[in-house]
Structures are given as structure tokens and as C-alpha cells.
Write a new protein. Structure first.
Length: 81
């Protein structure tokens, strides 16, 4: 199991107390783009054009982690098909 898989598994088990840097690491691995144009929010964009805006406050609220994981799963599905 890779570091990425372990991180995703931990996020799925406990969507609390995550930092924006953790999402950056996953996005970097998946070759997603992100931007934070001088605001307190980060917008992640997938290669297929889907996007998610997440407040960069510490810790990130669980609802945003769950949305990030849903986007992750959708992208994996799209890549397989």
C-alpha cells in the first residue's frame, strides 16, 4: 500500500483534523491543478474539468474532506472508463 493509499484510507476513516497541505499532496500526485489567488480558499481542478473550492482554514471541516474524496473517486472512475 502506497503513502497515497494510506492517506486516502485515513481520510475515509476519519474526515476530521486535516490540513490543506494534505490535499495538496494528493492533488499533486493526481496531477490536479489548484490555485489560491490571495484568498482564504483553494480551488482544485481535475484534468476532466471538475472543480472543488475548499476553505484553507485549519482544520478543514469534514464536509470538504468528504467532497474531496467524492471528487477523487469520480476521477478514478473516469480514468478507468
Amino acid at each position: 500500500m502506497t503513502k497515497r493509499d494510506k492517506l486516502l484510507a485515513r481520510m475515509r476513516r476519519n474526515p476530521r483534523d486535516w490540513r490543506i497541505e494534505d490535499l495538496y499532496a494528493l492533488a499533486r500526485h493526481a496531477r490536479w491543478e489548484w490555485r489560491q489567488p490571495g484568498t482564504s480558499h483553494v480551488t482544485f481542478r481535475t484534468p476532466h474539468g471538475a472543480q472543488l473550492t475548499v476553505p484553507a482554514h485549519k482544520p478543514i471541516k469534514p464536509v470538504y474532506i468528504k467532497q474531496f474524496l467524492l471528487l477523487w473517486d469520480e476521477e478514478e472512475y473516469n480514468e478507468k472508463n
